[in-house]
Design a protein around this ligand. Structure first.
Ligand code: SF4
Length: 425
């Protein structure tokens, strides 16, 4: 029985109990959210030593970090180091997006190294083997499932119809999803439909066998602000909604991926539409990036979009790094991207039903430490204490205030003013 089926029978398996305890939610309530597909807890039955993580309604906004080789840079050790650095920086999940070198080795090393959910994109294996065919795609999926991957991105929403939409409503950037573009090429070359779409029932059988969670990829996500809200994107949301329904009926957990590049004033509509069309499936977003013109700062443009998306209901933010659009991220980029995305997730949590009280208690802890000029208290409450300490001490000037205003410290002056006033009364 899959986790979703167990939850549907009112049971509380270990994974649900563990997530409920960490999130401070009633286990029976969480089981109901898993049963209805509003929350997913990705966990492959073959995975050992997994600390399960829940994604969806009434839970904190989660962060994923992508690692993985490319054809130009294919060191498995470096990618494992990046995954471990992301874990140390507080990510909730990692995805291996390797496309260079020995893909199977990288994936297995990452699975061995980390104890949080690991996701992957099987179509990359098929593409590297130059076998994007029905056989190649399902072989890749089975291999990833057997290795113990907890969730897989499947671009099943890209089909014959998608190509037609793109012809009728051309884009500036075309398709920027690797999985989406590989699928389109297969459709165009063979004249056949996307195997993951055409044989979705078979895919569900395979997912059931390993209790794999599907992350239904947005193969048609817009790659620039100009393309942000076209018919192809919304048509894909409709397709993904239908696939979510079929996955749930088969007892397979499913979440949905979303764009991409979206101007700030269109994010709420985009998120609400995705949630509505997919019957509240957990929503996993890359960004959204709120502008195209900030290479080098795209971890920030994505975090800006992530906060707005989180406020509108997005559940899972994929970290973007300063290298986005420019280069394969370094370990330092991954660390920076993880923290910045965690900041966005927490900012969204301050407004999120079910978790805002806990999130606000964290901010209150920091506010009280600041009011007391309690520097250790501030470091303890900081999302990245190491960075906060480094900046505070970098000039070696030690004062009870900080070097920003020194003796004109507003916090101290206002406290003194209030004390004087009290004494005078
Ligand atoms: S010196 Fe200025 S910036 Fe620093 S703690 Fe005081 S008020 Fe804040």
């Amino acid at each position: 029985m899959t986790l979703m089926e167990e939850a549907s029978r009112g049971r509380v398996p270990r994974e649900i109990g563990s997530v409920a305890e960490r999130e401070g939610i009633d286990p029976a309530k969480l089981a109901r959210l898993v049963a209805t597909g509003r929350v997913v807890i990705p966990r492959n039955i073959r995975r050992e030593n997994l600390v399960p993580v829940g994604v969806g309604e009434m839970l904190t906004t989660k962060v994923n970090v992508n690692v993985g080789t490319s054809k130009s840079l294919d060191s498995p050790e470096t990618e494992v180091e990046k995954a471990l650095a992301a874990v140390a920086a507080g990510t909730d999940a990692v995805m291996d997006l390797s496309t260079g070198g020995d893909l199977d080795l990288v994936r297995r090393k990452i699975l061995d190294a980390v104890h949080i959910p690991v996701g992957s994109v099987p179509i990359y294996n098929a593409a590297v083997k130059k076998d994007v065919s029905s056989q190649g795609l399902f072989d890749a999926l089975e291999k990833h499932a057997k290795d113990g991957v907890d969730f897989v991105t499947i671009h099943a929403g890209v089909n014959n119809n998608s190509l037609e939409r793109l012809h009728q409503d051309p884009r500036i950037m075309g398709v920027v999803s690797r999985g989406g573009s590989l699928t389109m090429k297969y459709i165009a070359e063979t004249g056949e439909d996307n195997p993951y779409y055409a044989e979705f029932d078979y895919l569900l059988e395979m997912a059931r066998e390993y209790d794999l969670t599907l992350s239904l990829g947005d193969g048609l996500r817009p790659g620039c602000i100009e393309d942000a809200s076209d018919r192809a994107k919304y048509m894909e949301f409709i397709m993904l909604g239908e696939l979510v329904k079929r996955a749930r009926a088969a007892g397979v957990q499913a979440m949905v991926e979303g764009p991409g590049h979206v101007p700030a004033d269109e994010i709420q509509t985009s998120v609400k539409a995705m949630k509505y069309l997919t019957d509240g499936a957990p929503l996993y977003l890359l960004g959204p990036l709120v502008t195209d013109v900030a290479p080098g700062y795209d971890h920030i443009t994505a975090a800006m979009g992530g906060v707005i998306a989180g406020m509108a209901g997005a559940d899972f933010l994929c970290a973007t790094t300063p290298s986005e659009h420019l280069d394969l991220p370094t370990k330092e980029d991954v660390i920076e991207g993880t923290y910045v995305t965690r900041v966005a997730a927490h900012a969204a949590d301050l407004t999120r039903p079910g978790v805002r009280e806990k999130a606000r208690a964290w901010d209150l802890q920091m506010a009280k430490a600041r009011a007391d000029l309690d520097w250790n208290g501030q470091f303890n409450a900081a999302i990245n204490p190491t960075r906060a300490k480094l900046i505070r001490h970098r000039r070696g000037v030690e004062t009870d205030t900080c070097t920003m205003c020194s003796e004109l410290c507003a916090i101290r002056l206002s406290k003194e003013a209030l004390e004087m006033q009290r004494e005078r009364k």
